[in-house]
Design a protein around this ligand. Structure first.
Ligand code: C2O
Length: 572
């Protein structure tokens, strides 16, 4: 009798359906100044809760997050939850002047959103000016209770966030560059979890160490929060298995090296050696750079250390230390091969819902350009020539941020003078995009939005240009994941290239590297009403205008409409 009762209790527990709704999690993020020293340079930087990088935010699929952000610094601030879909909750997306006015000094705002249909590694960062240089941290979404990963359960999970360290104030750097029209100063170091590591001067004590046990599997949640650089990453004498990108499971594949663009995340499984190796291993990252400008070509290193058996006598510091071999700084061949390996898992539980038919096709160019030098009194500029300033554009429109937020302007029906709903579906003046650049490289400026009806299925080809040099551009779309159905070099051919599109298991993500001197084709379903920013995640290019926004209109049904704005939404 007793055992029967016990049995039925157990079966009840087992049969209990997983809860349809998650819990509500409260966080408070205090944006405050904080002194940090790296490379023997101390500076006061804008931080989250006095931490650099910022604290980890954890939630589960289905949870609601209420994140109160309090601004204690002189700068205006706003935070973006990079990769969160924000279904109907665009007010919580965060890009300044797109979905909200910034939070002013002394003010606060509660970001309120629910995580629907997503699990994996994402991150958050400041989304105004260059403050994301120091204001960033991991945003980790665990699967719902009782739902396993589609790969062996790791022994431990470790976030590894790449960043860039500047000895001087990054706000001063971008201010200066905007004034002179020149390229901004490059960083002084790359970092792993805020630490540059032993390959830099005065930095050995600031080294990220990953302590592991032999014979175990670790899940590394890798995030590229660097401002301006795509990065190669490798661990000496180890291979890793890529299992997720941008919080979407992928078909697992093994590799020595990964490539990760700013904005992207990559989960990898690291299987440690079956027995104690009597050695330590560098984990290094350095850039993949294709542009013509100067860049920080240094290398960040962390150390993979094995827990020693009890009887081991060698001091861990005296063990041999192996170094990985990274691809050359401009190894586009590796970049192409790596991105071709990324495929959606496309399993029963995690299908790839690629739009098979599209309602609208768009063709945008992405690249650099120029503005005339705006200095008075014959002063010269420091752009590509002394009469020009660097600019960047999408389809030759360099996007100007408005002084009011686009989402409010749309919602309140007062968009006149704030934006124009007429972004061109393809460039107004076509040219040989990857051939000899045109003589006139001047961009036009504007705040132009592409308007989409609710549930439009979209195909967008993004074409790099050779103006001021071809360059790989990591394009990030807010509010959606998209499928990368095709990529290639040279000019996109609308007759030939679509035949080769992968509509079965293309990678699904929120940030894609448009190949240097090539193109990327993406598809997405515009099922999320709101105003959604799209921009290059190289911060310097965003600053120069390589950005635009989509306006997705409400659907007819009540659950297809943007929710009303929260009462504490900041005002401009
Ligand atoms: Cu991670 Cu609009 O950015």
């Amino acid at each position: 009798m007793a055992s029967w009762l016990l049995f039925s209790v157990f079966s009840c527990v087992l049969l209990l359906p997983e809860p349809a709704f998650g819990i509500t999690r409260h966080y408070t993020l205090d944006i405050k100044m904080h002194n940090v020293t790296r490379l023997c340079h101390t500076k006061s930087l804008v931080s989250v809760n006095g931490k650099f990088p910022g604290p980890k935010i954890i939630a589960r699929e289905g949870d609601q997050l209420l994140i109160k952000v309090v601004n204690h610094v002189p700068n205006n601030i706003s935070l973006h939850w990079h990769g969160i879909r924000q279904l109907r909750s665009g007010w919580a997306d965060g890009p300044a002047y797109i979905t909200q006015c910034p939070i002013q000094t002394g003010q606060s705002y509660v970001y309120n959103y629910t995580i629907v249909g997503q699990r994996g590694t994402l991150w958050y960062h400041a989304h105004i000016s260059w403050l994301r240089a120091t204001v960033y941290g991991p945003l980790i979404i665990l699967p719902k209770h009782g739902v396993p990963y589609p790969f062996p359960k790791p022994h431990k999970e470790v976030p590894m966030v790449f960043g860039e360290w500047f000895n001087t104030d990054t706000e001063a750097i971008i201010r200066q560059a905007t004034l002179t029209g020149g390229g901004p100063n490059v960083s002084d170091a790359y970092t792993i979890n805020g630490l540059p590591g032993p390959l830099y001067n005065c930095s050995a004590k600031d080294t990220f160490r990953l302590r592991v046990k032999a014979g175990k599997t670790y899940l590394l949640r890798i995030i590229n929060a660097a401002l301006n650089d795509e990065l190669f990453f490798s661990i000496a004498n180890h291979t890793v298995t890529v299992v997720e990108a941008d919080a979407v499971y992928v078909k697992p594949f093994e590799t020595n090296t990964i490539l990760i663009a700013p904005g992207q995340t990559t989960n990898v499984l690291l299987k440690t050696k079956p027995s104690y190796p009597s050695a330590s291993f560098f984990m290094t990252a350095r850039p993949y750079a294709t542009g013509q400008g100067t860049f920080d070509n240094t290398t960040v290193a962390g150390i993979l250390e094995y827990e020693q058996p009890k009887h081991a006598k060698t001091n861990i510091k005296n063990l041999p230390l192996f170094t990985p071999v990274l691809p050359a700084l401009n190894d586009t061949n590796f970049a192409t091969k790596f991105s071709n390996k990324l495929r959606s898992l496309n399993s029963k539980k995690f299908p790839a819902n690629v739009p098979q038919e599209v309602d609208r096709k768009f063709f945008f160019t992405v690249g650099l350009g120029t503005n005339p030098c705006n200095h008075k009194n014959n002063q010269t500029c420091q752009g590509p020539t002394n009469t020009t300033m660097f600019a960047a554009s999408i389809s030759n429109i360099s996007f100007t941020l408005p002084t009011k937020a686009l989402l409010q302007s749309h919602y309140s029906g007062r968009s006149n003078g704030v934006y124009s709903p007429n972004f061109p579906w393809s460039p107004i003046v076509p040219f040989n995009y990857t051939g000899t650049p045109p003589n006139n490289t001047m961009v036009s400026t504007g705040t132009n939005l592409m308007v989409l009806r609710y549930n439009t299925s979209v195909e967008l080809v993004m074409q790099d240009t050779s103006i001021l040099g071809a360059e790989s551009h990591p394009l990030h779309l807010h509010g959606f994941n998209f499928f990368v159905v095709g990529q290639g070099f040279g000019n996109f051919d609308p007759n030939k290239d679509p035949k080769k599109f992968n509509l079965v298991d293309p990678i699904e993500r929120n940030t894609v590297g448009v190949p240097s001197g090539g193109w990327a084709a993406i598809r997405f379903l515009a099922d999320n009403p709101g105003v959604w920013f799209m921009h290059c995640h190289l911060e310097v290019h965003t600053s120069w205008g390589l950005r635009m926004a989509w306006l997705v209109l409400d659907g007819d049904k009540p659950d297809q409409k943007l929710i009303p704005p929260p009462a504490d939404l900041p005002k401009c």
